[in-house]
Design a protein around this ligand. Sequence first.
Ligand SMILES: Nc1nc2c(c(=O)[nH]1)N[C@H]1C(S)=C(S)[C@@H](COP(=O)(O)O)O[C@H]1N2
Ligand SMILES: [Mo]
Length: 480
Amino acid sequence: MSRNGKRRVFGAAAVGLGALGAGELIAASGGGSLIDGVSRLLVDTAPTPVVEATVAMSGEHDKETTRIGTVLGGVAAAAGLSALPERLRVPAALAAGAGVGALSLRRPSRSGSAVAGSVAAAAVLGAGLRRPPRGPGARLLWATAGAGLLAGAETLLRRADRRYRERAQRVGPMGAHQPIPDDGLGIEPGLSPLITTSTKFYVADVNSRPPRLDPEHWRLSISGMVAHSLRLSLRELAEQAEEFDAVMVCVHNTVAAGRAGNARWLGVPLTTLFDHALPETGATRLVTRASDGFTISLPLAPLRTGEWPGYLVIGMNGEPLSPEHGFPARVFVPGLYGQYTGAKWLTELELTDDSHLDYWWKRGWTSEPLWVRPQARIDVASVGSPGSGKCTVAGVAWAPPHGVAGVEIRIDETEWLPAELGAELAPAAWRRWRTVVDLPPGPHTVEARVTSRSGEVQDADVRPPYPLGPGGLHRVTVDA
Ligand SMILES: Nc1nc2c(c(=O)[nH]1)N[C@H]1C(S)=C(S)[C@@H](COP(=O)(O)O)O[C@H]1N2
Ligand SMILES: [Mo]
């Protein structure tokens, strides 16, 4: 590329960053975000292999990765505009702004301020492309201003998220603040607690930031093929709710990952809601619809009979659901992977006879719910004092809904040895385990596996999450 060409590209990139910063700040001043809107479009349209690769590479930082990718993509697109003939650059900038503005009207980032922000971004981009910054100083100024505006916007958005979090908390306690029961395993540094606090609980969804729902005006509607359509407030639901302990696992939770958490939930049994609403005999599916435009549908029959004990959940660990975990309500069927278990930020339960095309079905995942595969995770594998040979191995294991019957570990691929199990909170919850083994000096491999009460032994075949859930054993190395 000629020197002039390079200057033009860098100039346009700097202008792009400046325009994005200006637009994002205006959007953020009203609680909206251009970056979140575009990020969501990327998630919605990325081919399944791209989604899988992003989740695998970025782990629990998938949201940050997507947001940074969006900013870099936006800057690269602005740089690309500089390659257009001069007379086309400004119209292209305006078209890009219109596109982003249209995205801001989609859920969940729908906001007037995002529309205003995209108009501003388009105007700044058009002006900057028309009179590109001359000289390195001017380019640096554009880029620095853009980065500063983006940082300002992020501060505003975090403040809005914090205010909303406090508001959500104010709906009052959701469940009894009972002390966490003791499973008899005591304190083992590094071993996961029996109950995962909400702030440590993994977050997985298609949004950059949690959608905000007003708890005062929020109503759960139960509609479709029912004798009585219902609209229930959070208070009305709380009156019929009960607590239960269960592990929730994302289908992307590969053996060593942290996309699983164990909580004490507060929820209304779905059977209670069905008893009020009375599904028509022809209804075959329950569609859980959320404010982020996400849907998960479940077969009605096993939910109606209670064979699958599903809940409309409104509380987690004694408190309302946090914004990340679906405030004010979500559906949870213990034992089903997160993406099959029901939507967070629930707005509607619809009964239908339609095999509904869910968000992930459209992307090639199976239509029938997937059950969580039994899995044991090694949290601790540590040698007390060097040369002593005593190695503590401990972790958590789950096999919902049946429960954990046993956990075994294996050193250097020899025989399987049983581990001590902590007391069980509930069959659908995770269970802690621990054992101490004598190891000769040197490096060793340690593996763990769980057996469920239904007799299923953890599958040792390594498989990626897509399309049927991950397989394999967690394996670590220790130096004795
Ligand atoms: N509305 C909505 N609900 C959703 C999702 C989503 O993207 N949108 N993701 C699902 C997935 S893939 C998982 S694993 C669980 C995660 O719940 P958590 O973030 O509370 O751990 O929520 C499920 N419910
Ligand atoms: Mo998930």
